[in-house]
Design a protein around this ligand. Structure first.
Ligand code: ADP
Ligand code: ASP
Ligand code: MG
Length: 406
C-alpha cells in the first residue's frame, strides 16, 4: 500500500460542489489502494477577504493577530472536506497545523517549517483514516500559531510528503500543470511535461505563482516526487524532478514575471570600503529584502547605488535609510515605482553563451528599455517598466521558441 499526499488549492475547494469533487478525487486514490493525506487551502478568495477585513480595522495589523485570523480560512475547508468524505463512506479526520505536528520558527507571516512530528497523522493512517491537514500554518515551540507566507499550502504538502516518506505529492490546482509562462496572461503558453527542481525553484522565486518556492526547496532537498495537475481535468500534469527531459532542446524553459518592483537610488554615497556593507546590513537588520544591486564605481569621493525591492517595502526602506542618513553618509534618495521584473529560466543556459545578449536584442527591438539586470547560471532577469511587462514576456516567449504553434 502506498502513501500519497494530495494538495488542493483555493479555487479547487472554492464551493461545496468543488469540495465534493475533491472528495471524489480522494476517494479514487484510496480505491487505487493508497493511503491518502490531503492538504487544503482556504476556500476561493477567502484569505484575501480576511486580509481585507483586517486592513479595514488597521493599516498595519499586529502580525500575531493576523496569523490567528488567516489560519481560520484553512480550518473551514478541512472540516467541510472531512464531512464530504464521510458522506462518501470514507473515514476521515481533520487536523489544523499544530494538531498535525507542524512546528515552525517563531516568525509571523512568513515562517519556515523546522520540524514535523508525524505521530498523530501516522496513528490515524494506521487505523485506515484519510487525514486532512490545514495548509499554510504551523505552531512555534512556544505554542504560537504561525503562517508560512501566501501560497504556503504547497509547502505544507511537500514538507508532509517528505516527513511521511510519501510515494508522491500531487499538487492539484486550477491549471493543468506548469506552463512555459502564466497561461492566464499568455495564451500561447505551453504545458511542460517535466521541469527540473532547479528550474522550478528559479521560476517560483521569480514570480511563477503556481508553486510556493519553499515547496520546491523541500521537494529538491528530500527528493519528493512532485506533480502539478488539474483538479478538474483528469489529464497528466507536470512532473518536477531531478533532471527534466529536454523537450525540443530548448535553452530557455520558461518566462516568469513579477510586478510592483521599485528601484531605489542612493545618491552621493561616501566612497569608502565599508559603505556598501553598512547600507545592506542596515536594510537586512530591518528585514528588507533587496534584490538586484547596481553600483556605479567611480574614482570620485562619492558613488551612486541603486537596488530593487518589492514596492510594498518602499515606505519601510525609505524610513530606515532616512533614520540612518548620518551614519550611512549619503546625500539624497530617489525611488522609481511601477517597475516589473521579467526573467527567462533554463538549465540549458549554462552551456549556451549569448542567451542574455539575445534577450536584450529582443527587448530592444520591441522598444523595451531595460533598467536593471541580474543573471545566474540558469536565469537572466531584466527590470522593465510595468506597462511593458506583458509585452516583454510575450516577445521573449516567442523569441526563445516557447510558444505553441496553434
Ligand atoms: P492554488 O490556489 O491552486 O494554489 P495558485 O493561484 O496559487 O493556485 O496557482 C495557480 C496559478 O498560477 C494559475 O492559475 C496561473 O495563473 C499561475 N501561474 C503563474 N505562472 C505559471 C506557470 N508557469 N504555469 C502554470 N501556472 C502559472
Ligand atoms: N490560503 C493561503 C493563501 O491564499 C495559503 C494557500 O492558499 O496556499 O495564500
Ligand atoms: Mg498556490
Amino acid at each position: 500500500m502506498g502513501l500519497i499526499v494530495q494538495k488542493f488549492g483555493g479555487t479547487s475547494v472554492g464551493s461545496v460542489e468543488r469540495i465534493l469533487n475533491v472528495a471524489e478525487c480522494v476517494k479514487q486514490e484510496t480505491e487505487r489502494g493508497n493511503n491518502v493525506v490531503v492538504v487544503v487551502s482556504a476556500m476561493g478568495k477567502s484569505t484575501d477577504q480576511l486580509v481585507k477585513l483586517a486592513k479595514e480595522i488597521s493599516p498595519q495589523p499586529d502580525k500575531r493577530e493576523m496569523d490567528m485570523l488567516l489560519t481560520t480560512g484553512e480550518q473551514v475547508t478541512i472540516a467541510l472536506l472531512s464531512m464530504a468524505l464521510n458522506q462518501k463512506g470514507l473515514q476521515a479526520v481533520s487536523f489544523t497545523g499544530w494538531q498535525a505536528g507542524i512546528v515552525t520558527e517563531p516568525v509571523h507571516g512568513n515562517a519556515r517549517i523546522t520540524k514535523i512530528d508525524t505521530v498523530a497523522i501516522e496513528s490515524q493512517i494506521s487505523v485506515g483514516k484519510v487525514v486532512i491537514v490545514a495548509g499554510f500554518q504551523g505552531i512555534t515551540e512556544n505554542g504560537e500559531i504561525t503562517t508560512l507566507g501566501r501560497g504556503g499550502s504547497d509547502t505544507t504538502a511537500v514538507a508532509l510528503a517528505a516527513a511521511l516518506k510519501a510515494d508522491k505529492c500531487d499538487i492539484y490546482t486550477d491549471v493543468t500543470g506548469v506552463f512555459t509562462t502564466d497561461p492566464r496572461f499568455i495564451k500561447k503558453a505551453r504545458k511542460l511535461l517535466s521541469v527540473s527542481y532547479d528550474e522550478m525553484l528559479e521560476l517560483a522565486n521569480l514570480g511563477a505563482g503556481v508553486l510556493h518556492p519553499r515547496a520546491v526547496e523541500f521537494a529538491k532537498n528530500y527528493n519528493v516526487r512532485l506533480e502539478v495537475r488539474s483538479s478538474m481535468e483528469k489529464i497528466e500534469g507536470t512532473v518536477i524532478e531531478g533532471e527534466a527531459t529536454m523537450e525540443q532542446n530548448l535553452v530557455v524553459r520558461g518566462v516568469a514575471f513579477e510586478e510592483e518592483i521599485t528601484k531605489v537610488t542612493v545618491l552621493g554615497l561616501a566612497n569608502s570600503l565599508t559603505s556598501l556593507s553598512t547600507i545592506f546590513t542596515t536594510l537586512a537588520g530591518n528585514h528588507i529584502n533587496v534584490d538586484i544591486i547596481i553600483q556605479s564605481t567611480t574614482e570620485a569621493e562619492t558613488a551612486n547605488l541603486s537596488f530593487s525591492i518589492k514596492t510594498e517595502d518602499l515606505m519601510e526602506t525609505l524610513r530606515v535609510l532616512e533614520d540612518n542618513k548620518e551614519s550611512l553618509n549619503y546625500e539624497q534618495l530617489d525611488a522609481e515605482n511601477k517597475l516589473a521584473k521579467v526573467s527567462i529560466v533554463g538549465s540549458g543556459m549554462i552551456s549556451n553563451p549569448g542567451v542574455a545578449a539575445r534577450m536584450f536584442e529582443v527587448l530592444a527591438a520591441n522598444n523595451i528599455q531595460v533598467k536593471m539586470v541580474s543573471t545566474s547560471e540558469i536565469k537572466v532577469s531584466a527590470v522593465v517598466e510595468e506597462k511593458n511587462m506583458l509585452k516583454a514576456v510575450e516577445v521573449l516567449h516567442e523569441a526563445f521558441g516557447l510558444s505553441h504553434s496553434a
